[in-house]
Design a protein. Structure first.
Length: 287
């Protein structure tokens, strides 16, 4: 199979893989465990592809990278794991010398500055191998642990990663609230601090999924139960990935919403991509 054909095959599988992860409690748990243990240099899409090809994978690299960087080599006969790499090109743009009405632009005008912009024009398939498929110099597996900034996962430490939101602890019978067309989140005070964190991620997910944007919500035509499914599934996965113990175990994951597997399937890709955005913010990898 040609590499271009392999890339197309991998891209068509992503939605199917996302659905398989989100709607299967056992696969979800295994996937979140692997996400928590590392792979922070990979996008969730590539982690998904790696996971489905080799669920026990821990550290992956290209054939030449294993040799040059880690002083290890891939054993003969090992089958590659395929991921997708973006094809980036640099687009150069010449600054205009005249305004739209034909007027000469002054030399001090910032519009006269030429610039370059990197754009993704597509994806190509790339082979990588897990450390279990290699041999050579011992590798410190501890380097693969995801390190979240801060020595302890607390509600305050998580809130500090999202300064664009106004978050307030309140006395309430409801676990939390995300206010429409705003950046306001209320979290109910609880003796169970893990529950406070879980509630925070649930309400944060509502914002980041677009549920609190009245225009987006109207256009999406999503029912209330689907909206709650998306937010709670995202919060569940974020908490699992950072090691927060939830009251629900994996067997109850779907049961909490009446086994709404079909509703979760349609939102699987959105749930995973939103989870990735939140985790990157926690780790300080994006703003």
């Amino acid at each position: 199979m040609k590499i271009s054909e392999k890339a197309k095959e991998l891209k068509t599988k992503l939605d199917e893989l996302a659905k398989a992860i989100i709607t299967d409690p056992e696969k979800l748990k295994a996937f979140s465990d692997q996400w928590r243990l590392g792979f922070h240099t990979y996008s969730f899409r590539n982690l998904l592809l790696i996971f489905m090809q080799l669920p026990k994978a821990t550290i992956c690299a290209g054939y030449k990278q294993w040799i040059a960087k880690y002083e290890r080599k891939v054993r003969a006969g090992e089958r590659a794991l395929w991921i997708l790499a973006p094809m980036i090109v640099t687009e150069k743009r010449k600054a205009p010398s005249k305004d739209e009405d034909g007027t000469e632009i002054p030399i001090s005008d910032p519009r006269l500055v030429d610039f370059e912009k990197k754009i993704c024009i597509g994806f190509r398939s790339v082979p990588v191998f897990d450390i279990s498929q290699t041999e050579g110099k011992p590798l410190d597996m501890g380097m693969n642990k995801t390190k979240f900034e801060g020595s302890e996962i607390t509600l305050d430490s998580m809130i500090s990663k999202f300064p664009e939101y106004q978050i307030k602890l309140v006395e309430s019978t409801s676990d939390g609230s995300a206010f429409w067309d705003s950046n306001i989140i209320h979290i109910a005070k609880r003796s169970n601090k893990a529950q406070e964190i879980a509630s925070f991620f649930h309400e944060l997910a509502h914002h980041m999924l677009g549920h609190t944007d009245s225009k987006k919500r109207k256009e999406s035509k999503k029912s209330k139960d689907v909206i709650e499914l998306e937010a709670e599934a995202t919060a569940f996965l974020v908490c699992s990935c950072i090691g927060i113990d939830r009251k629900e175990n994996s067997a109850e994951y779907l049961g909490n919403w009446g086994g709404s597997k079909d509703k979760l399937e349609s939102s699987a890709y959105l749930i995973l991509s939103t989870t990735e955005k939140i985790l990157k913010k926690i780790k300080g990898e994006s703003k």
